[in-house]
Write a protein that binds this ligand. Sequence first.
Ligand code: AMP
Ligand code: ZN
Length: 132
Amino acid sequence: MECLFCKIVKKEIPARVVYNDDHTIAFLDINPANPGHILVVPKKHHETVMDADNESLEKAIVVVKELSKKVKEEMKAEGVNVLQNNGKFAGQLVPHVHFHIIPRFQDDMVIISYKRSQIEDAKMEEIRKKLE
Ligand code: AMP
Ligand code: ZN
């Protein structure tokens, strides 16, 4: 079975498109967290942000910026979340790299949450060294 977002790119299934160029398409999320929830999708198929080519990502992030400004203005949003999930344990449902733009409003009941922890200094330094 071919990828859902590739099918949208090829116009084989419909979507409410808000932006389209050679590299990037953006359309309304079919189950929005809030009205105006947009998905920005590089047209080339890659599963995650780690797999995607830099050109596709560079083009997409500029579209994310411009559409974030637009959605904030047009939906009269008070804030905007830009989210990006990689892998099913990170909440990725559609295995074609994409960015969520979610307009936010005071008391909108959208929950994006994680428990914050504290890690001891030595462990933090060990982690930093691994990641530098
Ligand atoms: P993620 O969990 O990051 O993979 O997000 C996938 C998103 O795609 C979800 O928010 C879905 O609501 C959305 N989605 C699934 N199918 C469609 C579709 N046909 N058109 C628009 N959005 C879709
Ligand atoms: Zn795809």
